[in-house]
Ligand binder design. Structure first.
Ligand SMILES: C[C@@](O)(CCOP(=O)(O)OP(=O)(O)O)CC(=O)O
Ligand SMILES: [Mg+2]
Length: 323
């Protein structure tokens, strides 16, 4: 993929799209990671934040024994064979009685590659709000509450931050609308847009095995990568080509997300924006030296692409991960 191919790939990722994952540039040592199987070695959760124009939040009252009567946002575990959006729409219908459309990903939370939660800002498109008369195993009821006076008890307080994220996004959208792209993937992996900037010039790390491409790192499901979280896979790839001890690496967040779910392709690919900078504050005009033959820095020359990338970097215009 010559420069125009790379420019096309970068433009696609910056637009929240992406492309199928055919191979990885970095994987955990030893055996190749086992294919991902939902509900067997990974659990994906979907969660919806509905925030009305009257600044009210849609909550559901849990029916499960272990949290019965407590209030939470509509959320649930994905089932094999469904897309992320289908899971979101199923859970909201089951727990709140409403049809919905996702507006954008608000946040992705992960406790290692085996547990990932996709948090959406969503809007109701129909259906009838579930009342206590329709209580069942999915939920006791659903109701709208003023954002500043939510009912108690809450099932968990983690939703307070998510509701705040939704309110902030409504007030000022920090990133473009980003929705999952239905592209097949066998692993939990991350495609890196790893950048080095100097003045108004930006370089992007590219994989050079085969056609030059945005590098992909596979997340391991072993205990070490579980404990360290998904950033371990990013650091592992960068460690393979850069001398990290004099660099500062920051994973800014998501530019996009890929998953299909159908045809047993349960994997996900997170398209992540990463910055690489020298630890010492001295002016560094050139990116850090790359070790080996498998990666190199590509200077982004296309003005439009460069300004788009700089704008995303300067504004942290990405979906936060674990933030
Ligand atoms: C796992 C949660 O994010 C909530 C979603 O899972 P549920 O317990 O509500 O699952 P379903 O029965 O499928 O609705 C809470 C958490 O501890 O992460
Ligand atoms: Mg639930």
């Amino acid at each position: 993929m010559a420069s125009e191919g790379l420019a096309g790939a970068l433009a696609s990722v910056l637009a929240g799209q992406g492309s199928s994952v055919h191979s990885c540039d970095s994987a955990p040592a030893g055996e190749p990671p086992a294919p991902v199987r939902l509900r067997k070695n990974v659990c994906y959760v979907v969660l919806a934040v509905f925030l009305s124009e009257q600044d009210e939040v849609l909550l559901i009252q849990e029916a499960k024994r272990e949290c019965r009567g407590s209030w939470y946002l509509p959320a649930g575990r994905m089932e094999p064979g469904e897309t992320i959006v289908e899971a979101l729409q199923r859970e909201v219908k089951e727990e709140a009685g409403l049809h919905c459309e996702p507006e954008t990903l608000l946040s992705v939370e992960e406790r290692g590659p085996s547990w990932v939660r996709f948090v959406f800002l969503a809007r109701p498109t129909g259906g009838i709000l579930k009342t206590s008369k329709e209580a069942d195993a999915e939920s006791l009821q659903a109701a709208w509450y003023p954002r500043t006076s939510l009912p108690t008890p809450l099932r968990a307080h983690d939703i307070l931050h998510l509701v705040e994220l939704a309110a902030q996004y409504r007030q000022q959208a920090r990133h473009p609308l980003i929705l999952p792209q239905e592209l097949p993937c066998d692993l939990v992996c991350q495609r890196l847009v790893a950048t080095f900037t100097s003045a108004q010039t930006v370089w992007v790390l590219v994989g050079t095995v085969g056609m030059p491409h945005l590098p992909v790192t596979a997340c391991g499901l072993d205990p070490m990568e579980q404990r360290g979280g998904m950033k371990m896979a990013v650091l592992r790839l960068l460690q393979e080509c850069l001398t990290l001890h004099h660099l500062v690496v920051e994973i800014k967040g998501l530019l996009g997300l890929q998953h299909l779910g159908r045809d047993h392709s349960d994997g996900i690919c997170l398209n992540v924006l990463v910055t690489v900078a020298f630890r010492s504050p001295g002016i560094q005009d050139e990116p850090p030296k790359v070790r080996g033959e498998n990666f190199s820095w590509w200077k982004v020359m296309e003005e439009d692409l460069q300004s788009q990338l700089l704008q995303r970097l300067q504004g942290s215009s990405v979906v936060p991960v674990n933030r």
